[in-house]
Design a protein around this ligand. Structure first.
Ligand code: UDP
Ligand code: MG
Length: 314
């Protein structure tokens, strides 16, 4: 049980070309937290290299609201990097990463705080359904979680995004992770801690459009698999063993047939099939190695995760 007099809460909000969403978001925040006593809210916006007037909107809002901090990144580094930047800057004893488009309902935060006061260190927001998603996104999300949880350790709780409440301890643990390629969902799960779950209905976007198209989501999924599993690399040993055993069996079969029926030359079709099939299999294997090698290469450069142009303190 926690019972300090006041609680410092940081909201970490990554924004990329969200000029239309910011005012709506702030209205919602003001509405919800006006009635909450004993809470000091800090809003950490991370401007992830927006090309529209997101930064101007944020600076305008900061002029009216001294709880707003703005971390301005030097270019678009992606949501994962923007979140990492926000977590480094946030000072609250509890921290909540939240999307600016109101798809992560801020109304849930008071209930999350209740759970935290009961002693939980992480409180996840879990979507009860995917009605606000397209058909293709629903199917691909299901596949993603199935495959990821089959091969990766630790597994990801299904339908849980970045929206969650974290104790300071959890944030410190995340901030210490050194990797530059950051699959946040996976890292959140990896650090562990006592976790509670709260259900919520995810509404559609309040304004603007999604920044994640199919190709970006596919690469996001690959990032997840390769960051948390080496099974795609190891599976080739077993496929190799299987294919070699089959080839040996086939060789014995051919040898016996030669002894029984005499020499028989035809076999063009089966040869072609074997060559092309195995060629394809080898290319896939090399491709998988390439995925890991490329990531190892990038990681080995030890570049920072993001570059900050300026932090605007209130
Ligand atoms: N976002 C970001 N950098 C990016 C892409 C997105 O900071 O390169 C932010 C975006 O502004 C929003 C959040 O990440 O606050 C979630 O993005 P979006 O709503 O487009 O994702 P979706 O909800 O469609 O998965
Ligand atoms: Mg969204």
């Amino acid at each position: 049980m926690r019972n300090s007099a006041r609680t410092r809460l940081s909201l970490v909000v990554p924004v990329y070309n969200e000029a239309e969403s910011i005012a709506l978001f702030l209205d919602a925040i003001h509405r919800i937290f006006a009635s909450q006593t004993g809470l000091d809210v800090e809003l950490v916006f991370v401007n992830d290299g927006s090309q529209d007037d997101t930064l101007d909107r944020l600076l305008e809002s900061q002029g009216k609201d001294a709880r707003i901090k703005i971390v301005d990144l030097s270019r678009n580094f992606g949501k994962e990097a923007a979140l990492s930047a926000g977590l480094q800057v946030a000072t609250g004893e509890v921290v909540v990463p939240i999307d600016v488009d109101l798809q992560d309902p801020p109304e849930l935060i008071p209930a999350m705080l209740e759970k935290w006061r009961e002693g939980y260190e992480v409180v996840l927001g879990k979507r009860v359904n995917r009605d606000s998603d397209s058909w293709s996104k629903r199917i691909s999300a299901r596949f993603f979680y199935r495959i990821h949880n089959l091969i990766a350790e630790p597994g990801l709780p299904e339908n849980v995004g970045d929206f969650r409440l974290m104790d300071r301890k959890v944030v410190e643990a995340l901030n210490q992770l050194p990797e530059s390629r950051r699959f946040m969902k996976g890292l959140f799960a990896w650090v562990g801690f006592r976790t509670a779950m709260l259900d919520y209905v995810r509404p559609g976007r309040a304004a603007g459009a999604t920044k994640f198209n199919g190709w970006r989501l596919w690469n996001f999924a690959l990032e997840g698999f390769t960051s948390f599993s080496t099974s795609p690399l190891r599976v080739w040993t077993y496929i190799g063993c299987l294919v070699a055993t089959m080839a040996l069996g086939f060789a014995v079969f051919i040898a016996i047939r030669v002894f029984v029926q005499g020499v028989d030359v035809p076999g063009y079709a089966s040869l072609m099939v074997a060559i092309t099939f195995l060629g394809g299999l080898q290319l896939i294997g090399i491709g998988v190695i390439g995925e890991y090698l490329g990531r190892t290469y990038i990681e080995s450069k030890h570049r920072p995760i993001y570059i900050v142009r300026h932090i605007y303190e209130p």
